[in-house]
Every structure is written in C-alpha cells, then in structure tokens.
Design a protein. Structure first.
Length: 350
C-alpha cells in the first residue's frame, strides 16, 4: 500500500504543478498515469509543439515545459506509478481513499485529485479506404519529431489550432506544406490564422479550401493524395499525410466512480474544484463548470486553489497562513537555494 497525502491521477502539466503547490504546504503527493512517462499529452503527443500562452514564456516547447515542471517539483520528492491506469476507488471508514490500478497497485490518501486531462484518448480519423494500411507508412496522427518532415512534401488536414500551428512550425523548418480544410473559415486562434495567411502570401504554405482528402495512393507507402474541391479532383504528391481532427476523449473507469459527469467531463465547485464526493477534486481539462477554458494556465490556477482546501482536509486543526514565496522562500529545498530574505523597511529620511 502506497500512502501519501494527495493521490494525483494524471501526470500532465496540471498534475505536476499540483505537486509543487502541495509541497509549499508540506503535503506529499503520488501520481498515477497510464503513460510510461510523466507529461501527459505534452510528452506523448506533441513534445516539440510550441506553446504560446504560458506566463513568462513567449514561446516554449511542450516537452521543455514538462522538463521545467519536473525540475520545479522534484524538490518535494513526489512518487510515481506510471504505465498503470487508476481502475477503482473506495472510501474507508477513516475517511481516506484507496485507489487501485489495473495492475493491482494500491494507493491510500485522504485526498484524491483527478488531473487526467482529456482522459484516455484516440485521434479522430478520416474515413478513407485502406487508411490503416498507410498508418506509419506516411500517415501520422501525432507529430513527435518535426525534423523528419524537413524537406518533405507534407499535407496537413484540419482547421483548428493544431493544424494551423503545425503548418506554421513545419513551414519554418522548410517542409513543403499543404494545408487542406473543408471550409474557408478556420476555427483556430486569429493570430495563427493570420500567420498562415502571411506564409501563404510568401508561397511557404499551400492552402486549399474548401476541400477534403478523398483518396490515398501508393504501392508500399504513401505516394500521393487525391484532394476534392467543388467536384474537382486533384492528385497531389505527398510523403506524409497528417489529419489533425482532434481527439476522442473518454474518462475510462473514472466515469464509474459515482462522480457527477457532464459531456464526458467532471462537474466541480469553482470554490476549490471539489467534485460531488467530498475529498475528491478534479482539475485541468478533465473538469467542467460555467465559463471553463481548457488551458494549461487555467489548470495551474485550479491546482493552486485545490491544494488550499486539501490542506484543510488533511490538517483540519492546523491553520494555514498564506505566504508569498518571495517572502517565505520555498520550503523543502535541499539547501541548494536559500530562502528569500525579508524586505528591510527603511525611512525615506535616512
């Protein structure tokens, strides 16, 4: 039995930042994740994708963000159960929870934080003949190593942020990019739409709209694609086809834990992101509430407030005095950093 203060289900950005915020309150955490490494989608799906809305970083690769979060939280020595899925949860008479994985590993804590992102997921695939034959033979749904596309003919399909952002990124490393979308209008960020328009005007991205990829061709691997636009078919040579139509999320076993669920997300109280079961919280993309935005920085905010309530549950008789880290320092360091000195108040007449 692994015992800790907070069991965190999901080792993505929100889960990792929870370790840091809990550590400031001297609470120990143990994380469970189905993936073999920490980082969630940022590590598994788009480690080389740039992220632009992390405070203090005009641009940071998803993989680098995870590296920084791991460095930030390692001082608090979190535990990890990786490559296992949280399968079952029971509440004991003493008020603690026991979470058991699909491999039988048991974890016990008074607080559970579900930070499972979108849950388990799989890419949404286009309906094309012999699509499965060309998977890993030129058809990819996830970009893990952008360098393999340098100098290659790449067709990206989709109209959201991922399709726009990867088109921009790969065009800037000299890939021959064609972006295909079934509508003239894109649903991604306006800034990304503008960047694609600029690259199109510079002949660095070929944009075909409204259109769809309707056929894949090639003997042993992808060689060409048929693109249909307004009843006109065009054959386009291609080394890679990357349909980016989003992910189909599923909560998995968590959906059977008695939590209040709405549209595949867990409903929470925005006071502290607690679920309908006291002691179980849901933070990050896995939760839902009025005005919810699925942003990493929102998950960080939710984790911070959640930890304050978790402290009250774990130490009901111990008052927690909020302090800024600039004043108190970060407790729990091994001595490699010193606590910040308290500011000296001086008279302006000195």
């Amino acid at each position: 039995m692994i015992k800790t203060d907070i069991i965190i289900i999901g080792a993505g950005p929100t889960g990792l930042f929870t370790v840091f915020e809990a550590g400031l309150l001297k609470l120990k955490c143990h994380l469970i994740d189905t993936l073999p490494q920490a980082g969630g989608q940022c590590s598994e799906i788009y480690p080389k994708k740039p992220i632009y809305d992390i405070p203090g970083f005009p641009e940071i690769l998803a993989g680098d963000l995870i590296k920084n979060l791991m460095e930030q939280c390692k001082q608090f020595k979190p535990g990890f159960t990786l490559g296992e899925r949280a399968e079952d949860i029971i509440k004991k008479k003493d008020g603690t929870f026991v979470v058991t994985t699909n491999k039988g590993t048991k974890h016990q804590a008074p607080v559970v934080a579900i930070a499972g992102g979108l849950g388990s997921f799989e890419p949404k695939k286009p309906i094309l003949d012999r699509l499965d034959f060309y998977e890993d033979k030129g058809v990819e749904y996830i970009i893990k190593e952008p360098e393999i596309y340098r100098g290659k003919k790449v067709v990206i399909a989709g109209g959201g942020d991922s399709a726009l952002d990867w088109s921009i990124f790969l065009a800037n490393i000299n890939a021959d990019i064609t972006l295909v979308h079934r509508r003239n209008e894109f649903r991604g960020a306006l800034d990304s739409v503008e960047k694609v328009r600029e690259l199109k005007n510079k002949n660095k991205i070929n944009v075909i709209t409204p259109a769809e990829v309707t056929k894949i061709s090639g003997r042993d691997k992808l060689e060409s694609l048929t693109i249909t636009s307004k009843n006109t078919e065009t054959e386009l040579l291609a080394d890679h086809f990357i349909p980016l139509f989003g992910l189909s999320p599923r909560l998995g076993p968590i959906a059977n834990w008695g939590l209040e669920v709405e549209k595949n997300a867990i409903k929470v109280d925005t006071f502290d992101y607690q679920t309908n079961i006291p002691g179980i919280f849901a933070i990050g993309d896995v939760n839902t509430y009025s005005g919810k935005l699925k942003l990493i920085l929102c998950g960080f905010h939710e984790a911070t407030l959640m930890c304050q309530s978790a402290h009250k549950i774990i130490h009901p008789d111990k008052k927690n005095v909020f302090r800024y880290t600039t004043v108190s320092g970060v407790n729990g360091f091994d001595g490699s950093r010193k606590e910040a000195k308290k500011p000296v108040i001086q008279s302006i007449n000195n």
